[in-house]
Design a protein around this ligand. Structure first.
Ligand code: IMP
Ligand code: MG
Length: 215
């Protein structure tokens, strides 16, 4: 290959790179992401989120104020909720994080571990903060993990409770819930589709034709 044809191919690849982002195994069309960011149907706006975070914080302040809890952010979806709660909780607490995801919605109930908490859970009151309870499998696994690590009590807090049947082994209800929503696939406020939309300041319904996002 000549020097010039190599340069032309590289330039072509770079310009395509402007339009695409590679997630773990899918290529996402950034123009479509942008379009969805601007046009998705809003289910809960910024004001609704504020009310939800205030409600959660009020209940958590009452229940946890004398428990010196360890609040664990379930990455990545809970980043948004965790940050919002932080500013509203007014009692002594420590924070940590956990990163574990379902292998796939269709592949049973095992969690893939990416990071375990750094702090010892032995004898601690632990509060797992997650974005959503859907089938309840993630949280039931994480609660079991915390108990096996010696946690004294394990609470769960989620921004969203999706109105659907839980899995057989799933957690039925979280202890602190911000919002109940119908059984739709949602994005925003930490929730993603293909790694995008976590930054949307509200909860939006993902357009039903999700494939439009991928190249
Ligand atoms: P569960 O184990 O079925 O309760 O699933 C919980 C995880 O699935 C959440 O932490 C999310 O990462 C993901 N999830 C479930 N429903 C939605 C949704 O509507 N939008 C985005 N992510 C979701
Ligand atoms: Mg998640």
């Amino acid at each position: 290959m000549s020097k010039w044809s190599f340069c032309i191919i590289m330039l072509a690849l770079l310009s395509i790179g402007d339009l695409k982002a590679t997630t773990t195994n899918k290529e996402v069309n950034i123009n479509k992401v942008d379009e969805i960011l601007k046009t998705a149907d809003c289910l809960v706006g910024q004001e609704g989120l504020e009310i939800a975070f205030n409600k959660m914080a009020l209940e958590m302040n009452q229940e946890l104020k004398d428990k010196n809890p360890l609040l664990i952010c379930v990455l990545k979806g809970a980043i948004y909720t965790f940050g919002q709660l932080m500013t509203r909780l007014d009692f002594p607490l420590e924070v940590d994080y956990i990163h574990a995801t379902r292998y796939s919605k269709n592949q049973g109930q095992k969690l893939k571990w990416i990071a375990r908490p750094q702090k010892s859970l032995e004898g601690r009151v632990v509060v797992l903060v997650d974005d959503i309870i859907d089938e309840g499998i993630t949280l039931s696994n994480l609660i079991e993990f915390c108990k096996n690590e010696g946690a004294l009590e394990v609470y769960s807090a989620v921004l969203v409770d999706k109105n659907r049947t839980r899995a057989e082994t799933g957690l039925l209800n979280a202890d602190f819930v911000g919002l109940k929503i119908p059984n739709k696939f949602i994005i925003g406020a930490g929730l993603d589709f293909e790694g995008y939309f976590r930054n949307m300041p509200g909860i939006y319904v993902m357009p039903s034709d999700a494939s439009i996002l991928c190249i």
